[in-house]
Design a protein around this ligand. Structure first.
Ligand SMILES: [Zn+2]
Length: 289
């Protein structure tokens, strides 16, 4: 009799709606768009793109580097440069430390050089896993140094943006990075440097308003959110409802702000064409679709 009363009720074993949504990370992942569950190994094979609906999962800088460069052809710059806490912002250093462990990066951007389809390039890859990819002094400095290195060594520059904007914990020093990176790109451009910007989800705030939009070629990944201010702020300011696809890569392409939206699986191929056109004696055509 005792067992009867202590036994768990049958319906208690039915998982809650929340528990059903939570699938174990690491082995399988559920597509946020079409809800299909896929093995992480399978996703990895397809460059973290959902094979069912084409959703592009955001990826970290290290994964991106492995996908982008020719095998073992890349080196990292300024690996040990870390942020200080100029405003004595409470808890800032702890947050940086925990993001360092999480992303295996010293800051929200990886910079370095390597070969892409045989072409040597200087590259920056932002990681939204680190303080939402926000741009503080170190992000700005690393990107600027990478551009200056490319300038000196006549290399093309590629920047993969993924950012929530300026780093609020560094106040005005963050905003100054917009001017610094843009000035470095201007000097680079005057020396006939080639800069390819690839905007990934999300590219917003101060990053969208500085180096991300300054490419000789401005590309984006499918479905990426790209814009300066958030949708709600704009709607409130102009007193109008915005279209559903507002601030998506596809919307920007339609309105002439992007040159191409490139699925991850085709990126190396497009880069090869563009880098080839701009290389000495190169004549390959850009297969723009
Ligand atoms: Zn999907």
């Amino acid at each position: 009799m005792k067992d009867f009363f202590t036994k768990k009720k049958k319906y208690a074993t039915v998982p809650s709606a929340k528990a059903r949504q939570d699938v174990p990370e690491g082995i399988v992942r559920k597509c946020p768009k079409c809800k299909k569950i896929m093995y992480v190994k399978e996703l990895q094979k397809h460059l973290f793109v959902c094979q069912s609906c084409g959703y592009h999962y955001p990826i970290g800088a290290h994964d991106r580097a492995v996908m982008l460069f020719d095998q073992d052809s890349y080196v990292e710059f300024d690996k040990d440069m870390v942020s200080l806490n100029p405003l004595q912002f409470p808890n800032y250093m702890n947050k940086l430390e925990s993001d360092r462990k999480k992303t295996k990066l010293n800051e929200a951007v990886w910079t370095g050089k390597g070969r892409i389809e045989g072409f040597e390039c200087a590259v920056a890859i932002m990681d939204k896993g680190f303080r939402m990819g926000s741009m503080g002094s170190v992000v700005g400095e690393k990107i600027t140094r990478m551009i200056e290195y490319a300038d000196k060594n006549a290399l093309p520059v590629l920047i993969f943006s993924a950012s929530g904007g300026a780093r609020m914990q560094e106040g005005v020093l963050s905003l100054m990075q917009m001017a610094k990176t843009s000035a470095a790109l201007k000097a680079f451009s005057e020396n006939a440097g080639l800069y390819i910007s690839i905007m990934t989800h999300p590219t917003t705030g101060g990053v969208s308003a500085s180096f991300a939009s300054l490419g000789d070629y401005n590309f984006a990944e499918p479905g990426a959110l790209i814009g300066f201010a958030g949708r709600r702020i704009i709607e409130q300011t102009i007193g109008e409802e915005l279209p559903d696809d507002f601030q998506t890569a596809e919307f920007l392409l339609k309105h002439g702000q992007l040159d191409q939206v490139i699925p991850r699986s085709e990126l190396r191929n497009v880069l090869r064409q563009v880098l080839s056109i701009h290389s000495e004696g190169g004549a390959e055509e850009w297969d723009r679709n």
